[in-house]
Design a protein around this ligand. Sequence first.
Ligand SMILES: Nc1ncnc2c1ncn2[C@@H]1O[C@H](COP(=O)(O)OP(=O)(O)OP(=O)(O)O)[C@@H](O)[C@H]1O
Ligand SMILES: [Mg+2]
Length: 240
Amino acid sequence: MSGLFPLACKAVGFRPNGQEVLRGVDLVLGGEGITVVLGPNGAGKSVLLRMLCGLLEPTSGSVQWGSAAGPGREVAMVFQHPMMLRDTVLANVALALKAHAVSGRERRTRGRAMLARIGLEDRAEQSARLLSGGERQRLALGRAWLTRPRLLLLDEPTASLDPSGVEAVERIIREIRTDGTKVVMTTHNLGQATRLADDVVFLAEGLVREHAPVQRFFARPVSPEARLFIKGELPWHVGF
Ligand SMILES: Nc1ncnc2c1ncn2[C@@H]1O[C@H](COP(=O)(O)OP(=O)(O)OP(=O)(O)O)[C@@H](O)[C@H]1O
Ligand SMILES: [Mg+2]
């Protein structure tokens, strides 16, 4: 069993150059399901995800990974604009296995099986740079999934995708969850949050304003900020 959970943020502050981005985030995440982080632009959602994978250090407070010393290889992150090597789709999906000391032959076998799961099996030998935004996002998810991370962090995985691209990515995210990976993701698509989330973390003004089961969050938001946000009426100046 993984020792990453519970994953806890304790009074996490982030003040780069004196700008107060996070003011004391307290958050405890269990190892199951999909957590969706919501909040207005600039709320610190991407910063929080980067902290959860160890890419950013808090200015104050701490992130504690269960009994583990740090995030390590069991944590993977997919960014909004995933990087593609100048190589084939197959090489790109199998990329992460290189760091896991998997032989070339095995990488290709497992890579092809993953391409079938994400609907890109016909594109294996094509250049990954020719893929559309939605296909790249699926490839990036497959690449991360292939290493069977215990925790997968997704920053706006469907931003700028069309409805069928969104649906394809949501299906993959659900399968990754079913496969036993804890998912923490951000989105501005509230419909997506209701479709995917088990629980919602609402960030505003540098704080976690709410952390609730998804149905409760949308049916009975507690904080005024969350209520306005759900109605699409959060004034731009709330926060900063
Ligand atoms: N590495 C960094 N160093 C300094 N400031 C940063 C860094 N990363 C983010 N910031 C600042 O922190 C604030 C929050 O940024 P963040 O990208 O986390 O917002 P967000 O909630 O993801 O917004 P969006 O919905 O637009 O993606 C911004 O003002 C940003 O400029
Ligand atoms: Mg962001």
